[in-house]
Design a protein around this ligand. Structure first.
Ligand SMILES: [Zn+2]
Length: 467
């Protein structure tokens, strides 16, 4: 698909356009990404190494914590010996660098923040992760890091072949909202906003605050007739269930985009069934920005390796083989405000193997099952992804929303918001499916509630462990 023509800085220079400076900078990065997506693994590692070394040298020069850690791993940037190392030796030493845990980031905090950014990196802002449990992690981020994130947002539009003239509806939290009641809070914008509108002419966009009854959100979608809908997967699920349950026909949609949470496995199918639209999920985090994008051809995930150096490790700290699921370790390459080298972000991912039908050779993840902190604790004390008969729960159409809470090592509670009381058979079906899926040793019960309240930033954990 040809790339869209950017804004022109001068009249009469329309195509090929000479873009204005901010657009030109973004497009210059985007152009390099168009080539690096076809690099082999070794080419990618070689291209990334000078960036990683620059980050390490900066971290070691400014922060005693990193100076000590890098030296212990044989990666002392002061000695300038790294450049002479072979790729294999370099990787061996990199693997000796201890993983940085979330708990360390929380407790060390100021020791991980640099006093001075290099020229051109801008100023320091802060991202706060909205973990549903525990203390939030605060990450200092530079202007330059945000700039890179924007370039990768553009890449996603290009990869997905989005029609930039389309109408783009986002349903998330709108912090400009003053009064929180049961009404609709909608803002209309003339374009999609940065970064897309900085570079290209775009259609209109809308921001709809999610704090309204589902019925009203669905009515608003019908009125606005968006081409694209971007929201939390759990909220999209509720919208689709509501439309299906009430027999409401939704206007044609080009694509649904899930952000902020892992998409439940059955969501793509439901989106096809109810809306006849593909679902695109993005894997991003407040700490790092873009980490992986779902491929339009084949549906697997391409690691955004030019921004986030991602490793997937097993419980012994060794790299997972294709097909294995392990802990995601990420090194954001461009954030010099708070260098995070081998940061354990708390997610799991399944390593995939190429080739991808799209022809891109960036590393592949087959699945990103969910947050590691929300794993189910088995009666034995071990953990595993929380399969609890999700699909069976979904089959009961009067269930509008559900949340599964593990309250102790032996007890799981299904909290249900229902449109109509469940029949005795439906209730038995849900309980039996959950017991079968969870396995022996669990007591399962149902709690009916009026509403499931979202976390402070609107994120929602479908499964929560409270033990
Ligand atoms: Zn692909």
């Amino acid at each position: 698909m040809p790339s869209p023509t950017p804004h022109a800085a001068f009249p009469g220079a329309v195509w090929p356009a000479i873009p204005p400076t901010p657009a030109a900078a973004l497009l210059a990065v985007l152009g390099q990404l168009a080539e690096s997506q076809f690099m082999t693994a070794d080419q990618l590692a070689m291209a990334r190494r000078p960036q990683l070394e620059a980050l390490m040298a900066h971290a070691a020069a400014q922060l005693p914590f990193w100076r000590k850690r890098l030296k212990a791993a044989g990666l002392d940037p002061q000695s300038a010996k790294n450049a002479a190392l072979s790729l294999t030796e370099w990787h061996t030493r990199w693997a000796a660098l201890p993983v940085l845990t979330r708990a360390e980031v929380q407790s060390l905090d100021a020791q991980l923040r640099v006093a001075k950014l290099p020229d051109g990196h801008g100023v320091v802002g802060e991202s706060v992760t909205s973990g549903s449990s525990g203390r939030p992690v605060r990450i200092a981020r530079s202007t330059l890091d945000y700039f890179y994130w924007q370039a990768f947002q553009l890449r996603e539009h290009v990869w997905r072949g989005r029609d930039l003239a389309g109408r783009f509806l986002t349903i998330l939290r709108d912090d400009s909202r003053q009064v929180i009641d049961e009404s609709i809070h909608l803002r209309s914008m003339a374009d999609w906003g940065p970064p897309a509108s900085v570079v290209w002419p775009t259609g209109k966009s809308f921001l709809l605050d999610y704090r309204a009854p589902i019925r009203l959100l669905v009515e608003t979608i019908r009125e606005l007739q968006p081409d694209y809908l971007c929201t939390f997967p759990s909220l999209l699920m509720e919208i689709l269930r509501h439309a299906r349950g009430e027999g409401i026909e939704l206007p044609p949609l080009k694509e649904a985009i899930g952000v902020g949470e892992a998409s439940p496995p059955e969501l793509a199918g439901l989106c096809r069934e109810v809306w006849n639209a593909p679902l695109c999920s993005t894997y991003t985090a407040a700490e790092t920005g873009a980490m992986a994008y779902q491929c339009r051809e084949g549906g697997r995930w391409h690691v955004q390796a030019e921004k986030s150096y991602i490793e997937v490790l097993d419980s012994d700290g060794r790299p997972c083989e294709p097909g294995e699921t392990g802990r995601v370790i990420v090194t954001p390459l461009h954030n010099f405000a708070m260098p995070l080298l081998r940061y354990e972000i708390g997610d799991l991912a399944t390593v995939g193997q190429g080739p991808c039908p799209c022809g891109r050779s960036l590393p592949i993840l087959d699945a990103i099952p969910g947050r590691a902190r929300d794993l189910l604790m088995l009666p034995s004390g071990e953990f595993r992804p929380p399969y609890y008969g999700h699909h069976a729960v979904m089959q009961v159409r009067s269930i509008r929303q559900h949340q599964v809470i593990q309250t102790s090592r032996h007890r799981v509670c299904l909290r249900l918001v229902v449109a109509h009381p469940l029949t005795r058979d439906e209730e038995a079906h849900v309980l039996k499916s959950a017991r079968d899926a969870l396995g022996a040793g669990f007591e399962v019960d149902i709690e009916y509630i009026d509403e499931i309240v979202r976390g402070p930033t609107g994120k929602f954990a479908e499964f929560e462990r409270r033990c």
